[in-house]
Ligand binder design. Sequence first.
Ligand SMILES: [Zn+2]
Length: 215
Amino acid sequence: MSGGLTAESWSRIHFLDGPVCDGCGAPFEFDLGARCAACLGKPRAFDAARAACLYDEVSRDPILKLKHADRLDLAPLFARWLSRAARVLIDESDAIAPVPLHPGRLLSRRYNQAAEIARPLSRLTGLSYLPDALVRRRATETQGGKSGSGRRRNVAGAFEVPPARAGQVAGKRILLIDDVMTTGATANACTDALLKAGAKTVRVLTLARVAKEHD
Ligand SMILES: [Zn+2]
């Protein structure tokens, strides 16, 4: 099922179905059965992260097209990739929450690509969907071109669970959805906000991730 991708680009997508780091989902060349150096050196707030495919020159194009609304039709296909990539994470979660956009950016772009893949994923998995449990309380600069520590500073404290919605996440095992994971700084900042609101655990599922963190 190509779902609107050409057979040629489909066949070149690098799915992460081999050995990966237990913690962050980075691909291992050999099954080391543990966590990568980055995870051991810098524990994360989230329990585990997985991605469906590698973010590279092949997957970048369809992912950017989703982001810029040219190819919203790809969202259900991407949701299927996520459901296959992370059976265990899904089985260990109660509810799905997308990484939010700042309202200003949502207005200019009209929709949130993370929500576009989270919504069909909740239908596929039967997990409850929490579209607005997390909000971005301040606009952040784009993460592109920033170092790992620059990315962490940029998003630290940028997210919160509004008090009125804390009941949606308290005691729940949350599956956080985003399109691309680079250093994990955004996922970590969202996790901090969810845990602060009483979430039991947070696991992260992204469509794609870079091969190695460049911190
Ligand atoms: Zn790792």
